[in-house]
Design a protein around this ligand. Structure first.
Ligand code: ATP
Length: 363
């Protein structure tokens, strides 16, 4: 069983408290993705799991063992780096074999494992080449191969796709997913790319300023973000936010500001009710807005002025002015919208989000 358990983990670099009291149970065979903006502490956390960075306080367990004081070599992990870290003077075969040679595996076993990994990754024909004779995507496969041949308990990935061009990145993302399904090895993966996080992760950890903001399955984080940061970080274009006042009206509740006057759907009224007479941050994702029809209730729609129309083919993005706010709506590809035109937008009442303006936590 190769679970990774992190208990009260802290890392301080002089004045920087880079990782703050992180607790996490990564399950056997799970693909866990750490995501967050630059400097949030995700790489430092990964490097502590790898043993490349010392732990200031707390514990890391791999399998059943506390590994805090074990050197990287003895942790039964294999790491894949952003820059591939291949030896330029060695052939692909020797790059892949290197870690096994260091560990004194016999020649036949090394040959068997390198060929097996090369077959999985489709690089059998390049085994005699040097890294400089390979494309970026092929080099990345070699770096993966070098990790696979070790048959480690845990794979650690540090932004492994970020040096590839956009198209190759998408292709390698799919290959990584297939590879994980095939090998079933526990994986910890660091990225700043929320699409990678959403598509690769069985679960995702969102970090900010060294603190874990939320842990959960991708759609759980997307549909029920715990706070304003997670809500704004996942999703592209990002969730729209508006500051609103909560008012009691006709036996129900409504939210309002200069441009919005919307009914609060009954299932949300319990939680929003505590804010009557006060302000809340209202959030709605671009895809949860659509152009309203006559049939849409007035109290679940609002008027906007179209500022920009972006026709992407699969959908159309509208940049809108709504009172003093700007919003983005993702609507049908052939939506009848023109710049400076007025439109009514309907809100999906099941997809309204509310956040406390002071604590920023979801209401
Ligand atoms: P990025 O995506 O840019 O790599 P990250 O989320 O991985 O960001 P870390 O690299 O873990 O962030 O860095 C977290 C914080 O710790 C940052 O403020 C960074 O400047 C600081 N830090 C990282 N390594 C060191 C170090 N060796 N010495 C001092 N400060 C460091």
């Amino acid at each position: 069983m190769a679970q990774v358990v992190i208990r009260n983990l802290n890392k301080k670099f002089d004045e920087v408290h880079a990782v703050k009291d992180v607790n996490l149970d990564i399950r056997d065979k799970e693909f866990m993705v750490f995501v967050g903006p630059s400097g949030c502490g995700k790489t430092t956390t990964l490097r502590m799991i790898a043993g490349l960075e010392s732990v200031t306080s707390g514990q890391i367990l791999i399998g059943e063992r506390v590994v805090n004081d074990l050197p990287p070599m003895d942790r039964d992990i294999a790491m894949v780096f952003q820059n591939y870290a291949l030896y330029p003077h060695m052939s692909v075969y020797d790059n892949m074999a290197f870690g096994l040679k260091m560990r004194k595996f016999d020649r036949e076993e090394i040959r068997r494992r390198v060929h097996e990994a090369a077959d999985i990754l489709g690089i059998r024909d390049y085994l005699h080449r040097k890294p400089r004779q390979l494309s970026g995507g092929q080099r990345q496969r070699v770096a993966l191969g070098r990790a696979i041949v070790r048959h480690p308990q845990v794979f650690l990935f540090d932004e492994p796709l970020s040096n590839l061009d956009a198209k190759l990145r998408v292709q390698m993302r799919v290959e990584l997913k297939k590879l994980h399904e095939r090998l079933g090895t526990t994986a910890v993966y660091v990225t700043h790319d929320q699409v990678e996080a959403m598509t690769l992760g069985d679960r995702v950890v969102v970090m900010r300023d060294g603190v874990v903001q939320q842990v959960g399955e991708p759609l759980e984080l997307y549909n029920r973000p715990a706070n304003l940061f997670v809500a704004g970080f996942l999703g592209s274009p990002a969730m729209n936010f508006s500051r609103v006042r909560v008012a009691a009206a006709n036996g129900g509740l409504r939210i309002e500001n200069e441009g919005l006057r919307l009914a609060v759907p009954p299932p949300l009224a319990g939680r929003v009710g505590r804010y009557v007479g006060r302000e809340l941050t209202f959030g709605i994702r671009p895809e949860d807005l659509r152009i309203a029809t006559e049939a849409d209730p007035r109290d679940l729609s609002f008027e906007a002025v179209v500022e920009v129309v972006e026709r992407l083919g699969s959908e159309t993005l509208l940049d809108l002015s709504v009172g003093a706010d700007t919003m983005v709506a993702a609507v049908e590809p052939d939506a009848p919208a023109r710049v400076r035109g007025r439109l009514r937008l309907a809100v999906n009442p099941e997809r309204m989000h509310f956040f406390d303006p002071a604590t920023e936590t979801a209401v």
